[in-house]
Design a protein around this ligand. Structure first.
Ligand code: HEM
Length: 233
């Protein structure tokens, strides 16, 4: 491959990673805000879950965009990692030039572990196959309990009342936090939104953003395990 073609593909990979990264970060941030409704109570959380299910076709659009973003993100990260490790036949000079912070070894490993965690998470709470005993309970609501909807609150509570499940989630979310704090900084860099004057601020902001997301998400399994949330369901 010509030097130009190589740089172009590397640059293209980095841009694809950054753009899909933005989509994923926005989704995770929105998902975290939505999940915080667990602390308001069963009624609010189940109304929110029913609202998501009621999105119908739009929900499928979101799912497809998320799925494609994740797949593209993983493929391009592997491509960049191979280039950086020299597994591809590239000239040494070029390899040094493109050595990117974006694809450090930690990022690849935390990324792969997040992928495994996410697969489990979807089988657990969306498909309901990882633990069928917590899935599919219905809740009556409305005047005289005349309507029925999926009891997502009960599913989350029963899921996290199992210590091993909560531990898996806490570890998975903390790994995601490490990945996010590096990723958000790299995203700014790749998209050209960085500036020496603001780099320290961006790096601090990325760290604070990740820590807030991690603390919010892990507070759900931890408070459930401690019996502070959902003890009465
Ligand atoms: C303690 C942490 C988390 C909790 C309590 C939680 C809760 C949930 C729940 C209840 C659902 C099912 C929604 C429904 O079908 O009604 C869900 C789906 C999902 N979650 Fe999470 N989540 C957590 C962490 C994460 C993280 C860290 C990610 C991303 C890396 C993530 C990504 C997703 C995705 C992609 C779906 C599938 C959405 C769909 O297609 O319906 N979640 N989550």
């Amino acid at each position: 491959m010509s030097l130009f073609g190589f740089l172009k593909s590397t640059l293209l990979s980095k841009v694809v990673m950054a753009v899909t990264g933005v989509i994923i970060v926005l989704f995770v941030t929105g998902h975290t805000v939505g999940n915080m409704q667990m602390f308001i109570g069963k009624e609010t959380f189940n109304t929110y879950a029913a609202f998501l299910q009621g999105l119908g076709e739009l929900l499928w659009v979101i799912r497809i965009v998320m799925f494609l973003s994740l797949i593209l993100h993983v493929i391009t990260s592997i491509n960049l990692a191979l280039i950086n490790s020299g597994a591809k036949p590239v000239k040494y000079k070029v390899k040094r030039y493109v050595k990117a912070k974006l694809t450090t070894r930690t990022m690849i490993w935390t990324g792969l572990m997040i992928f495994a965690f996410l697969t489990y998470h979807i089988l657990h709470f969306t498909a309901g196959t990882a633990d069928p005993s917590i899935y599919g309970h219905m809740e009556s609501f409305g005047p005289n309990g005349m309507f029925e909807r999926h009891d997502a609150y009960l599913m989350v509570v029963q899921g996290f009342q199992q210590p091993i499940v909560s531990i898996v989630y806490v570890v998975g979310v903390i790994l995601m936090g490490f990945h996010l704090s590096h990723a958000i900084q790299s995203m700014f860099q790749t998209l050209g939104l960085n500036h020496p004057k603001y780099d320290a601020m961006i790096s601090k902001g990325a760290w604070i953003w990740s820590v807030v997301i991690v603390l919010c998400l892990i507070s759900i399994p931890i408070t459930i395990l401690l019996g502070l949330v959902g003890g009465s369901v």
